[in-house]
Design a binder for this molecule. Structure first.
Ligand SMILES: [Zn+2]
Length: 200
C-alpha cells in the first residue's frame, strides 16, 4: 500500500510540525528583536565608557610626560591677591609650613594653577576641606582650608584657571582670616610654591 498523505494520522502530525516551526521562527524573531533592543541601549554606553576611559588614560600619560612646574610659570590660585612667601614658617607640633597661605575674602573662587586630574575632593584634620589636582610631571597641587568645593569630583579633568573651590578657614585654620593654603608636591616631597608662581 502506497504512502497516503490524506491519512488523517499523518495530517495531524503535520499540523503540529508546521505550528511549532512557525512558533520557533516567531520566538527567534522575538529574541532577535530583544537582543537588538538591548544592544541598542547598551552599546552607546559601553562605547562612551570605553572612550572616556581611553581619554583619561591618555591624559594621565601626557600629564606625566610633561615637565613639572618651573619658576614663575604658574598663575596664582587667587589671581587678584598679593603673594607672600610663607614657606617654612614655624607651625604647631614642630611642623614647618609646607606651602604658602594666600588670603582673600571668604568665598573667593580658587583657581587651578595647572591642568590636571582631580585626585581628591574631601576632608582631612589639618587641611579641612581640601582639593588635590595631579598636574604636569605628576606634581600634586594641594588646596586647603576651603569653605566649599566647586562642582568637581575625583578623576575630573581641570584646566589652569578652572574654579576648584572657595576660600574659607576649614581644618586647623578655623577662626583665622580666610585663606587658601597652597602646596606643591614633586616626587612626593613638598616644594616651595612661591618661586613657581607668577607675581603680578
Ligand atoms: Zn598654610
Amino acid at each position: 500500500m502506497p504512502a497516503d498523505d490524506s491519512n488523517p494520522q499523518l495530517k495531524q502530525k503535520k499540523m503540529p510540525t508546521f505550528l511549532s516551526s512557525a512558533l520557533s521562527v516567531l520566538i527567534k524573531a522575538a529574541v532577535l528583536l530583544m537582543l537588538l533592543f538591548v544592544f541598542d541601549r547598551l552599546l552607546p554606553s559601553i562605547s562612551q565608557h570605553t572612550q572616556s576611559f581611553v581619554i583619561a588614560k591618555w591624559q594621565q600619560l601626557s600629564l606625566l610626560q610633561q615637565e613639572p612646574p618651573t619658576e614663575n610659570s604658574l598663575p596664582s590660585p587667587l589671581p587678584e591677591q598679593h603673594l607672600t612667601d610663607t614657606w617654612g614658617a614655624a607651625r604647631s607640633q614642630g611642623r614647618s609650613h609646607e606651602g604658602i597661605d594666600i588670603f582673600a575674602a571668604r568665598g573667593t573662587p580658587i583657581r587651578a594653577t595647572t591642568q590636571g586630574i582631580v585626585s581628591k575632593v574631601g576632608e582631612n584634620t589639618l587641611g579641612g576641606r581640601v582639593v588635590v589636582v595631579v598636574g604636569p610631571g605628576g606634581a600634586g597641587h594641594y588646596y586647603a582650608h576651603l569653605e566649599d568645593y566647586a562642582d568637581i569630583s575625583p578623576n575630573d579633568w581641570v584646566d589652569a584657571g578652572d574654579i576648584i573651590g572657595y576660600v574659607g578657614d576649614s581644618g586647623n585654620a578655623k577662626g583665622t582670616p580666610p585663606h587658601v593654603h597652597y602646596g606643591i608636591y614633586i616626587n612626593g616631597s613638598a616644594v616651595n610654591p612661591y618661586p613657581l608662581l607668577q607675581k603680578n
